[in-house]
Design a binder for this molecule. Sequence first.
Ligand code: 15L
Length: 266
Amino acid sequence: IRFNRLLLTGAAGNLGQQLRPRLKRWCSTLRLSDRADLGAAADDEELVPADLADAAAVHALLEGVDAVVHMGGVSTEQAWGAILDANIRGLVHLYEAARAHGTRRIVFASSNHVTGFYRQDQVVSPRDPVRPDGLYGLSKAFGENLAQLYWDRFGIETVSLRIGSSFPAPRDRRMLATWLSYDDAERLVAAALTAPVVGHSIVYGMSDNPLTWWDNTPARHIGFRPQDSSEPFRAAIEQRQAPLDRNDPATHHQGGAFVRTGPFFE
Ligand code: 15L
């Protein structure tokens, strides 16, 4: 499938920067957006800076867009005001603009923190109840529910990606389970964009790691086949990282330190 115009939000972010050159093969024009600086436009790129909290700006952003890869928004536990603006208001603005402009599909960067309060001795599937580990995870659960509503009422398709930890390499023991390589992140987004029928589907984003807390079998129809693994990094991480503190809730829960991080409503 080839889109005429594909929008990548959060294009200046960690994953957005990785996806920017990799999404070009799926579209004639790649529209890039962020609040932060996007550099210069390459061939077949359009730069449209926008703040997700600005409804009019987001409305204009979606004009002429066939599909969206929504990496924009707050990506860590932060003050409630920032989460409210970008991840709650911003998502409503995005879906309303998609409805107004007839956008067909949105690939939504959700997060494993939607289910971060499950324990590390539980295997969770996209069908299990959510269990956010903070306001950030809660905002991503809202996003998934919003996506479901816009599919049920308006026929806009979404794949919600519950991304694990997408970095150049796993950084600690937890990421041996949650790591998603950049190449696998590209495979995940490509599968979510091109799977023929998705309605609203939820899929966990992790590489082919030997140890996993997530069961993606309900999302097999998306056709995501990770090819990388955290295994080659295991020995070095186990040697480097101090033994885990059994009294720390971060040791027991899938969300790791997110279960005890953040200003909350202060
Ligand atoms: C996330 O949702 C964050 O965006 C990312 O920065 C990582 O912290 C990741 O989760 C994780 O769980 O490791």
